[in-house]
Design a protein around this ligand. Sequence first.
Ligand code: SF4
Length: 328
Amino acid sequence: MAKKGRVFSGIRPTGRAHLGNYLGAIQNYVALQDEYECIYCIVDLHALTTVEDTINLRQNTYEMALDLLAAGIRPEETILFVQSHVPQVTELHTILSMVTPLGKLTDLPTFKEKVRQNPNNVNYGLVGYPVLMSADIALYKTDVVPVGIDQAPHLEFARETVRSFNYRYNTNVLKEAAMKTTEVPKVLGIDGKEKMSKSLDNHIEIAATPEETLQRVMMMVTDPQRIRRQDPGNPDVCNVFSLHKIFTPKEDVEMINVECRRAGIGCVDCKKRFAANLNKALEPFRTRRAELASQPDRVMAILEDGARRARAIAEETMKEVRAAVQLP
Ligand code: SF4
């Protein structure tokens, strides 16, 4: 089937992916392959903007590659690579930074948020993060970028950057990528309050063992009003129930919805059921991941092949960019 165009997306090398990454991004990455020519990049250079201690960076990059491949990224068609393996992106980043007003960068809500989170590490790279992202998207002549609604301003920024470049150098070599807004479910962490995140330690790793998964699930905060077993609960405010809706057969979800409200099922039993369903759903992924993990050379070869294919596209774009800018 003819593909609809080229998709590009970058994912941060945060190590082993958690349920939030899986439901929010990775599953969508896998699905997009059916309709688009996909380029997926593990953005290790982006990670440097907030990570000071890089001792685990390589391992985290490798773990993310394992998760993506085990989840169903098909490297024979999709280009999967590590950002720093394509140095052209840093060259384009530098060139695009010359057409980017500084005030526009410091006004971005995401920049202000990052400053709030890391007040002691407000570095030049952090300010320029959206320019590096724009360079990534433009370098591969991307047609479509899948974004959650909260990232829409970043893509709009990338589109404006491309327009500024094309206008400044009176060219049309860079392409404005279209936005494909995807419904990204907000997956709460086991605390039931904040978005699932490794840094908050409220996550459940998809590659965890069934026992580890059960342990984390048993720590999940449920309806705060349900203190004793005999208290009726409210599934509408319970994060366990939200996840049941994704991983549990419909009839069981309906049963829990009814029984929870009349204290017919207790939270311990309910969580055990959820953990069992989650483990069952993730079993094929975990088997594939273990197989891949036993062949690290194969994984590295996939990433090298991806980088080689990505560099070929990147170099073609850079030839046009250099010509437009009158660089030798
Ligand atoms: S029984 Fe299940 S849905 Fe109800 S509060 Fe407990 S964990 Fe949540």
